[in-house]
Design a protein around this ligand. Sequence first.
Ligand code: TRP
Length: 349
Amino acid sequence: MPNEGSYEAALRRSNEVHADLLVHPENYTMLTGDRPTGRLHLGHYFGTLVDRVRLQDMGIKTNIVIADYQVITDRDTTQNIQDNVYNMVVDYLACGIDPAKTMIFTHSAVPEENQLMLPFLSLITEAEMERNPTVKAEQEASGHELTGLLLTYPVHQACDILFCKGNIVPVGRDQLPHIEATNKIARKFNKRYGKVFPEVTGLLTSTPLLPGLDGRKMSKSYGNAISLSMTAEETAKLIKKAKTDSERNITFDPENRPEVAALLTTAGICSGRDPKELADEIGMGGGGQLKKVVTEAVNGRFEQIRERRCELLQDMDYIKDVIHDGNERARAVAVQTLNEVREAMGMVY
Ligand code: TRP
């Protein structure tokens, strides 16, 4: 990533806020979200879902956007979107997100949030948007043309964060440019029209990125991700297919044995154990024993969550109620903020 200096600054700021959250939870509003392009997997769970539940239960105001308009930033279809959105709600609730505490909503149901896009677009230049390294990386990875939406979606993300006056956003490092853009927009708006929006801090997670089963980045498209929605049998099958290497003795060596290390890391994080210790215990048990340990660790860790998931799937009316209720609440918040924006801009007739 470019810009080491700004990463250091972001990390410092994140640590300060992490400490203050415990003292003054009432001062914080969290907003984060996911694109509904498929099922959530272990990377999402350990990377962010656990943290969201923790923030929710600390008494921080918590909001989650299911970013349906972001789906069409780098793909040309909305196929399966309804199913993906409902299942995303199911995943959230199974993991401990409580819809009475956390507002869950979709972009497309909140017009007043989307309307913020207009004034916000006047607060950022084309050059600033074209410099965003995450947009560039996503364009390259997807091979998609640079549409107006792909170029401007970080501004739309600023709408997500600012319509509910979010001031903390749990993020991976790749999302930091979007936080920076959000702050630029908020500051410029406040300077031109009067203070409406807060300062936003990206909360960097302390959990290291969980690799996929083959040691590469975890991604559904690589077939190396275990979804929360998989059964124990499907999980076992996927782990069985995972590549290891020709050396029988199991050691934890991420540099030279990335596949074996990824499996040990997965088992470690699921069982709360040190991967090196697991490696020592498996030793000459080889790849077969390693996969057995990983399978047991994953299936044990997710047994209850998966049971809860199945129960929730039996009651789709409830899931729809959750999203309808969240959308309604989000709309009320967005109407209020848009009114403040109109007033600040003098657009009151
Ligand atoms: N861009 C995020 C992702 O790809 C999803 C997202 C949408 C988001 N709006 C957001 C994240 C606002 C944080 C804040 O996963």
